[in-house]
Design a protein around this ligand. Sequence first.
Ligand code: SF4
Length: 63
Amino acid sequence: MSGWTCSYQLGEQCTLLKKPCDPGDKGCVLYGKALFSNPNSPSNEALKRREALERARKERGYE
Ligand code: SF4
């Protein structure tokens, strides 16, 4: 079995944010890049905003 592991995670701690690991939280490498099953994850709204921006850029011919 393989899976993604975060290079910042050391045990239960995030060495980037200096607090317990909370994937998708603001400042996390996954913030705005993944949709989480927890509807309260701040990453979900950030992902929607990023996708809307990308759609708008494509519609304007920037990509
Ligand atoms: S909070 Fe995010 S950046 Fe920090 S260890 Fe967890 S997955 Fe990695």
